[in-house]
Design a protein around this ligand. Structure first.
Ligand SMILES: Cc1ncc(C[n+]2csc(CCOP(=O)(O)OP(=O)(O)O)c2C)c(N)n1
Length: 619
């Protein structure tokens, strides 16, 4: 039961509230987010920090006619609750429930879908231009975080916006944090603006002065204007946004709803592009210190299982690199995902061989290629889904120039509740077309460490895809080089059926095989195709002679995937054995638990059993 929230069914209801009630609403919405996220899991500190801002925005703007475009969308929980998903919010991130990000087809209030960072300014400008072409006069507001503002796409949008002078309001939701601490020159610049009382006071005084003396003679006015300009330039070096052609307003307190409402009302009357700098606090509403905003970035919910005696692939990456770093020199690069990709252990040990470049995947890869061209061995730790941003950087800046680099792609395969924007299911398809790039996927932690070791020791251009999952710990791992392109038997049988698979699907295949043997007396061969490219042609040749039917299983898209490369091999070599391909078939997988999603995509054990039964002609 919420005193004020219970009365809100759409944004119009917010407009009827007094300032005092708006403050109470903020408390209600924060409690609701807290209750659901601590129970079900999801983003935590970012949405809580944006509650007051969301209330002020929906109070002033007339959504969905006015367009509100959220960057990433992970902070828009209050937006969902206050628009049309108050009840549905309980189902957030659950199978068949509402998404943890924004989706055009989920609500008319989600003007633009999101999940990946730094899109809101470009999309906002598109909306604004479209509005102008249609001679309409609604407002367009893009809300972007200080972290997302570090992405190149955001600057491309700003550059274009400042040039066209289109009316678009960019709200910079600056809480000084991203997933980790925000990094980079922009972050320092914003902190300086927010924390520099001298500049803020001086600017206020000067504005007050010019406002208060309307009869002031024009030469004096000019001097004052000039003085303000040079003071601003002196005290806020660069005046970045104004120089780019946007009217900069702020910083203002992102928890003072009353003042935010006043500021938005006055921005609505402006006809230039505006950047409103709002300072928010991610620990607002939670009883934690500001720095804990990172720790409380997301929660896993009450039902999350703690896996004992195992380690995540992410943590193992940090551990492995720490160990290999003792004997080999390499540089580790991440795009704001140092924590997510498990690099903490590594960067504590090798601070001088680690760089977080901000949410800037393209830059991360091309920067790494620069390191590589000058003789360093770069290791890039990145999520598979965010690698999508940097396709050409791998192609043009690494592969075409024949440069070495190790690309560690975390969260490859289905990632559960984060859903379609975050599933890492496209990497094989888009990377396998790049000549010279080796694609791999380990079957377990030891093989993972050996792949890392092989790439670094031999200075290869190699990518490793691995899931958001656990694997075994082996503190005394003996590093071994793997032969490039070599596959391995998981189980060998005198059977007619052979599964070619890799990564997590090996386990599903083994389980399927056990069921098939137990219930139907069907034996199968299973191959660990840890080198997705190049394939092990020698082994495949032998397998073709011994098996009638091949089944490829991959946790990725079918089209242009691993199965397709086997099909190509069969076609090139006039092989007419039967080939069945299991993978994701031309659709965006939903959000939900991985077991639900595996079932949807035919990647669960029972679906694999059924395909093999069919192949063996067993009813
Ligand atoms: C292209 C891309 N890279 C990385 C991420 C992962 N990611 C999600 S939110 C986030 C931090 C965003 O920080 P900020 O914009 O400051 O928002 P805040 O969480 O602080 O509100 C990151 C790095 C992403 N969503 N998209």
């Amino acid at each position: 039961m919420f005193k004020v929230l219970d009365k809100i069914n759409n944004p119009n209801d917010i407009k009827k509230l007094s300032i005092n009630e708006l403050k109470l609403l903020s408390g209600d919405v924060s409690s609701y987010i807290h209750d659901i996220v601590t129970d079900k899991g999801g983003h935590y500190s970012s949405p809580l920090g944006a509650v007051d801002l969301t209330i002020a925005l929906h109070y002033v703007y007339n959504t969905p006619i006015d367009k509100l475009i959220w960057d990433v969308g992970h902070q828009a929980y209050a937006h969902k609750i206050l628009t049309d998903r108050k009840k549905e919010f309980k189902s957030i991130r659950q199978y068949d429930g509402i998404s943890g990000f924004l989706k055009i087809d989920e609500s008319k209030y989600d003007s633009f879908g999101a999940g990946h960072a730094s899109t809101s300014i470009s999309a906002g400008l598109g909306f604004a231009h479209s509005r102008d072409k249609d001679n309409k006069n609604h407002q367009v507001v893009s809300v972007i975080g200080d972290g997302a503002m570090t992405g190149g796409l955001a600057y491309e949008g700003l550059n274009n916006l400042g040039f066209h002078k289109t009316q678009l309001t960019v709200v910079l939701n600056d809480n000084s944090y991203s997933i980790s601490e925000s990094v980079g020159a922009l972050s320092k610049y914003l902190t300086r603006i927010v924390t520099n009382p001298t500049y803020n006071k001086l600017r206020k005084d000067i504005w007050n002065l010019t406002d208060k003396i309307p009869t002031i003679s024009s030469p004096i006015k000019k001097i004052i204007k000039k003085t303000e300009g040079s003071l601003k330039a002196y005290l806020t070096p660069g005046i970045l946004f104004e120089e780019l052609g946007l009217r900069y307003i702020g910083p203002i307190d992102g928890h003072d709803i009353e003042n935010m409402i006043k500021v938005f009302e006055s921005i609505k009357k402006m006809n230039t592009p505006v950047l409103l700098h709002v300072h928010t606090n991610k620990s607002k509403g939670i009883n934690i210190g500001d720095k804990d905003a990172i720790k409380y970035y997301s929660l896993s919910g009450k039902n999350s299982t703690i896996v004992k005696d195992k380690i995540t692939y992410s943590k193992l990456l940090g551990k492995g690199l720490s160990m290999i770093g003792e004997d080999f020199s390499f540089e580790c690069v991440t795009a704001a995902m140092g924590i997510g990709t498990g690099l903490e252990e590594y960067y504590k040990k090798y601070k001088d061989r680690y760089i977080d470049v901000g949410i800037a995947e393209e830059h991360a890869l091309t920067y790494a290629a620069g390191l590589s061209a000058d003789g360093k061995m770069p290791v890039i730790a990145i999520y598979s889904t965010f690698m999508q941003r940097a396709y050409d950087c791998v192609l043009h800046d690494f592969a075409l120039q024949n440069l070495p680099g190790l690309i560690c792609m975390d969260r490859a395969g289905l990632v559960g509740n984060d859903g379609p924007t975050h599933h890492g299911v496209f990497d094989i398809n888009f990377l396998s077309s790049i000549p010279g790039l080796i694609l791999t996927a380990p079957k377990n932690g030891s093989e993972f460490l050996n792949l890392i070791y092989t790439a670094i020791k031999n200075r290869l251009l190699l990518s490793i895809r691995y899931p958001k999952d656990y694997t075994e710990i082996n503190d005394n791992h003996n590093f071994e080089e793997l032969q490039i392109g070599s596959w391995d038997y998981i189980q060998k049988n005198d059977s007619k059926i052979c599964i070619l698979t890799f990564g997590r699907m090996i386990d599903h295949s083994v389980q399927a095989s056990k069921k098939l043997t137990r219930d139907f007396n069907i034996e199968i061969t299973i191959i660990n195709c840890r080198f997705i490219k190049p394939i092990d042609e020698n082994m495949l040749k032998k397998l073709v002679n011994n098996h009638d039917t091949f089944i490829t299983i991959e946790e990725g898209m079918l089209r242009g995937g691993f199965g397709s490369s086997i099909l190509e091999y069969f076609s090139k070599n006039n092989i007419s054995n039967t080939l069945k391909m299991i993978g994701i078939d031309d659709n965006f997988s939903k959000h939900g638990s991985n077991s639900e999603l595996f079932k949807d995509e035919g990647l669960d054990v029972d679906s694999i059993v059924n395909v093999i039964k069919e192949s063996a002609n067993v009813k």
